[in-house]
Design a protein. Structure first.
Length: 138
């Protein structure tokens, strides 16, 4: 088992986001962490990225715009590398995605998964070692 200094819920969030592409489950685990950590706006912003992508993938363009806009506002102005990830790259990707969604009236914007680049090798190893547990949220 890989030792990690990161909360297991954060590790799960990254695995569900990058590997599983399960944005609903991202929401579930990050919401739990967000509540446990005192409603930190950083965690809320990451949660909102996942929910915004979930809405877009399911055809709810307005919901995608609303959540990705809220996420961008909460994540703006932070260190480029935060919590072992390239937050600056994620922000740029979110802003590009959001711009495409906002132009959807002119031309439909196709759904694209985003990646969260992990720069901390310990975090990357923990995410690689993560195994989803169906009983996690029962």
């Amino acid at each position: 088992m890989t030792e990690s200094r990161y909360d297991p819920l954060y590790v799960a969030f990254l695995a569900y986001f990058n590997r599983e592409r399960d944005y609903f489950e991202c929401h579930e685990v990050m919401e739990q962490l967000w509540l446990e950590e005192g409603r930190d706006p950083l965690y809320q912003g990451l949660l909102q990225v996942a929910v915004g992508l979930y809405h877009h993938r399911n055809g709810n363009i307005d919901g995608g715009v609303k959540l990705l806009s809220a996420a961008a506002a909460k994540l703006a102005g932070r260190e480029s590398v935060t919590l072992g990830i390239r937050l600056d790259k994620l922000m740029a990707d979110v802003e590009r995605h959001l711009a495409g969604l906002m132009r959807h009236a002119e031309k439909p914007y196709p759904f694209r998964d985003l990646d969260i680049e992990i720069v901390d090798p310990l975090l990357s190893a923990a995410v690689d070692a993560f195994v989803p547990d169906e009983a996690e949220h029962a």
